[in-house]
Write a protein that binds this ligand. Structure first.
Ligand code: C2E
Ligand code: MG
Ligand code: MG
Ligand code: MG
Length: 289
């Protein structure tokens, strides 16, 4: 009986594996074309200073609608891109377009302090990453201090041959800022705050979810914020969906919030509008154009 069961569950497992592999290779084929044709587009989610009620920055989030596959969520296509190496050209497009977008905001007199871009481990250990990064900064005229790269703790485990600390230090030496994304969801997070050149820590939204009713969760978020403060690391709370969560976060001493409570990720045009509404338009630029 046990043997028959395990046979059946093995067949079930094998079928699921085949389905997943087939889906991944289909995504890979379509994604390669989409990258070649420049069919991916970007959304931008505001990062708001809650106290000043002002947009200070935004996170760049890749979006893809394939003619055949329909909308593929980034969690799915980024994973495939990482596995098959397409993350390198994809990431380069995202970086360049994000810098261009930031420059266009500034040209339009929309005051934005910076812009964030997600970087995957495989992407930043690519031998060409640093020269490409420099080329993108030069090509777009982007001030490196306005660019923030978001990495997760998994960058530490990705590859034994390359020292991630060295890569991050090289990025940091270019004047670019570094965020530790999804903070609290990885392993032994605290030691990285000492070892890595981190400017900002983004508290993962799983810690913000249900914060109103979670006293232990509140203590945790408060402790992270105060620890980061002592280390002179900026904090952004991700995934705040309610006014009450924002109030709590603010009462813990953190004013930078990214979440549906302010805005979902927006198209470039909608982000421009949101920015103009929240921050106002520089009068000189407004008169000029
Ligand atoms: P992430 O970097 O942690 O980005 C934040 C995610 O949380 C985004 O999901 C955003 O839409 C979502 N989010 C923000 N506020 C809220 C909220 O209040 N409630 C809820 N429920 N969700 C919120 P998204 O756009 O689906 O992206 C998922 C992940 O895909 C990102 O997580 C990032 O790891 C990855 N990703 C997206 N674009 C890129 C990219 O260009 N390059 C790389 N390497 N990864 C990317
Ligand atoms: Mg991120
Ligand atoms: Mg995150
Ligand atoms: Mg995430």
């Amino acid at each position: 009986q046990a043997k028959a069961d395990s046979g059946a569950s093995y067949r079930f497992f094998a079928t699921r594996m085949n389905e997943q592999a087939a889906r991944a290779s289909q995504i890979e084929i379509c994604l390669r074309q989409a990258i070649d044709k420049g069919e991916l587009h970007l959304n931008f989610q505001p990062i708001v200073d809650y106290e000043k009620n002002r947009v200070v920055s935004c996170e760049t989030l890749a979006r893809w609608t394939d003619p055949k596959l329909g909308v593929v969520p980034p969690t799915e296509f980024i994973k495939v891109a990482e596995d098959c190496g397409l993350i390198v050209p994809l990431g380069e497009q995202v970086l360049r377009e994000a810098c261009e977008f930031f420059q266009s905001c500034n040209r339009n007199g929309l005051q934005l302090d910076g812009i964030s871009v997600n970087i995957s481990p495989r992407q930043c250990r690519d031998a060409d990453f640093l020269p490409r990064l420099r080329e993108i900064l030069d090509g777009t005229g982007m001030d490196p201090a306005r660019l923030q790269l978001e990495v997760t703790e998994s960058v530490m485990f990705d590859d034994q041959r390359v020292n991630p600390v060295e890569i991050l230090e090289a990025i940091s030496n270019l004047g670019i800022k570094i965020s530790l994304d999804d903070f609290g969801t990885g392993y032994s997070s605290l030691s990285y705050l000492k070892r890595l050149p981190i400017d900002t820590l983004k508290i993962d939204r799983t810690f913000i979810m249900g914060l109103e009713r979670d006293v232990d969760g509140q203590a945790l978020v408060q402790a992270i914020i105060s620890m980061a403060g002592s280390l002179h690391i900026e904090v952004v709370c991700e995934g705040a969906e309610t006014h009450e969560q924002c109030e709590l976060i603010h009462s813990f001493g953190c004013s930078l919030i990214q979440g549906y409570s302010f805005s979902r990720p927006l198209s470039g045009v909608d982000f421009h509008r949101y920015l103009a509404k929240m921050n106002g338009v520089d009068s000189v630029a407004a008169r000029a154009g």
